[in-house]
Design a protein around this ligand. Structure first.
Ligand code: TTP
Ligand code: MG
Length: 383
């Protein structure tokens, strides 16, 4: 059976979401990223790209190049909610959807010819649904494999649709630069240039043993890709049922203060993982394994979903208050289940919650930059 893979990639994703949500930004150069002195551009709208602004550029440089631009901070939570909406649309078209990041995914469409005799039809329908339901544009590549589909989606951005048919694999690639091959970075491109190889077509024609001498094992991979061959499967992602974290201790815990400290650490980890993945949870479960290996789990379901560390912490503390600790604890775990997409508690508490949300966003930014361990709080354990 012929394989068909679709690759969907949103156009200028973060910037497009901001332009959609504030019509005054339509048609203007919008730059999203870290706004501090040492900030970096996450993405730029196509209007801003005309000024030479692009992802990963220093924000200071972006300001120089595009002084009239609109500069906005990243709202990860918002983008991850939109991302869920996109993935939900894609799930209607194939049971095999593999998200690669917030704004892109592969769909395996193999065997769907009976449903869509013309394989461009589902691609057009996906674009249409994303446009109608989310008011955003996506670019799509359709091809016999993942490598070509991803490459194709990038060829006619924004709002593009590129179709590479079976039999056209190698010919569609032959004039492209070697840098388009997965695994070919600057160093390999330079090595190949020294051999007089600058196009993918030249890689396809080159002797693989000669390539191996200069590029090692990568030679076999890039030769296959250059011929337009790629057998990698689409590996579907499943929505998590729960998000949790547990720790086994080197020495068993007995002291309440120690237990509280560990619960706080776990609550912060679980809260962070929820926020990062764009979820909030209604059910919080604590697992306790005692020195004797007796293991208990206790759950509580909240009225409203949360991804705030202190609510998770308060919940697990109130659960643990009811557990008699008669021997040492060798393992503690917290699991958040009953997940739903989004922030939770956004509208419930009005201002206070908004303030909290921005505090979390600031903390999460630091965690993203310096790692999960950078910030822990001691201020609500009381010691
Ligand atoms: P991309 O799909 O690479 O870029 P894009 O969607 O903004 O633009 P394009 O039309 O070219 O696809 O990345 C998706 C989002 O990921 C992007 O909107 C912002 C974020 N991102 C970063 O935060 N840092 C980066 O260096 C890149 C490349 C992306
Ligand atoms: Mg994109």
């Amino acid at each position: 059976m012929q394989r068909w893979i679709i690759h969907v990639d949103m156009d200028a994703f973060f910037a497009a979401v901001e332009q959609r949500d504030d019509p005054a930004l339509k048609g203007r150069p919008v730059i999203v990223g870290g706004l501090g002195n040492r900030g970096v551009v996450s993405t730029a709208s196509y209007e801003a790209r005309e000024f030479g602004v692009h992802s990963a550029m220093a924000m200071a440089e972006a300001r120089r190049r595009c002084p009239g631009g609109v500069f906005l901070p990243c709202d990860h939570e918002k983008y991850s909610v939109v991302s869920h909406q996109i993935m939900n649309i894609l799930a209607a078209f194939s049971p095999l959807v593999e998200p690669l990041s917030l704004d892109e995914a592969f769909l395996d469409m193999t065997g769907m010819e009976w449903l869509y005799p013309d394989i461009t039809q589902p691609a057009l329908l996906i674009k249409e649904r994303i446009k109608n339901e989310l008011n955003l544009t996506a670019s799509i590549g359709i091809a016999p494999n993942k490598f070509l589909a991803k490459l194709a989606s990038d060829l006619k951005k924004p709002d593009g649709l590129v179709f590479i048919r079976h039999g056209e694999e190698a010919s569609s690639l032959k004039d492209m630069p070697v840098s388009r091959l997965w695994g070919v970075g600057d160093a390999t491109a330079q090595t190949l240039r020294k051999l007089g190889i600058t196009t993918i077509g030249q890689v396809a024609e080159a002797d693989v043993l000669m390539l191996e001498k200069y590029c090692g094992k990568l030679a076999y991979e890039i030769k296959e890709l250059a011929l337009g061959r790629d057998n990698r499967p689409v590996v579907p992602w499943r929505e998590p049922k729960s998000i949790g974290k547990e720790t086994t201790f080197e020495t068993d815990l007995m002291a309440p203060a120690q237990i509280q400290d560990e619960l706080l650490r776990l609550a912060e980890k679980v809260g962070w993982r929820l926020r990062r993945q764009g979820y909030s949870a209604r059910t919080i479960t604590v697992k306790i394994r005692f020195a004797s290996f007796r293991t208990i789990t206790r759950s509580r379901t909240l009225d409203e979903p949360t991804n705030f560390d202190e609510i998770i912490y308060q919940t697990v503390c109130s659960i643990c208050d009811k557990v008699a600790i008669e021997e040492g604890i060798r393992l503690l775990g917290i699991t958040a289940a009953n997940l739903q997409a989004g922030g939770g508690q956004i509208s419930l508490f009005g201002d206070t919650s908004d303030k909290k949300r921005s505090l979390y966003q600031a903390v999460d930014k630091l965690k993203e930059k310096f790692g999960e361990g950078i910030i822990t709080r001691g201020n609500f354990t009381g010691h």
